[in-house]
Design a protein around this ligand. Structure first.
Ligand SMILES: [Zn+2]
Length: 222
């Protein structure tokens, strides 16, 4: 799942279906009745793929399952009752297909989440790698400058961004976006950066080293 770090808005989500425990098929027939008993006939012992997928997509949007009274351990009083029509109802009968469509309460749930995203600002420090491997072998330096520029363009008023180029150059100090002036200054700073091959000793000063967590030495007893 990918989401926008600034707003919490989800951008895309992948699903994997595991047919180990269930059979999946498609029930393109008329919408099933959620109040009907669980079908038992052999040709109905499958889960409708679209029905399941639309439900799981709701989880991708941040909505939890909803249940009816009596479903021990999962039911909360605030859920009310008669929820079996909802796409986010937590039980899926064999061959049912009515979860393919959204009900009003499903839409309200996801709407509520998006209406209540906290208005918090973020601070980001971009760290650029000017080493030969990164710039020449991977041809990644210009591409990463473009990504940085794109990010600056999308920052909101109140967000802050700083830029560092390894091994130790502050290209732009942490700058709070107050308007177009800060945005332009940050983009200019990013665009002026040039690759800088690092010496071995410079590399040694920032290269990620393996880190071992050593247990604390016990005081030796006499
Ligand atoms: Zn669910």
């Amino acid at each position: 799942m990918r989401y926008d770090v600034r707003t919490g808005e989800f951008v895309d989500v992948d699903f994997a279906f595991n047919a180990e425990g269930f059979d999946f098929d498609m029930n393109d027939g008329p919408e099933t009745d959620p109040d009907a008993p669980e079908p038992t006939s052999a040709d109905s012992l499958y889960k409708d793929f679209l029905n399941v997928w639309i439900h799981e997509l709701g989880h991708g949007g941040g909505i939890a399952d909803i249940y009816n009274p009596g479903y021990g351990g999962y039911y909360l009083r605030q859920m009310g009752f008669e929820n079996q029509m909802l796409t986010m109802y937590g039980l899926i009968k064999s061959a049912e297909n009515h979860k393919r469509s959204l009900e009003d309460d499903d839409k309200l749930a996801v709407q509520w989440i998006y209406d209540n995203v906290p208005e918090s600002a973020i601070s980001i420090v971009l760290v650029y790698d000017g080493s030969t491997t990164y710039t020449t072998t991977l041809s990644a330096f210009d591409a990463s400058k473009l990504s940085g520029t794109e990010l600056v363009t999308n920052l909101r008023i109140g967000d802050a961004l700083g830029v560092v180029q390894l091994p130790g150059t502050v290209v732009a100090p942490l700058t709070v976006i107050q308007g177009e002036a800060e945005r332009t200054a940050l983009i200019d700073a990013i665009s002026t950066m040039t690759p800088m091959a690092l010496t071995i000793s410079e590399r040694g000063s920032w290269r990620v080293r393996p880190c071992y967590l050593r247990p604390k030495k016990r005081a030796s007893r006499p």
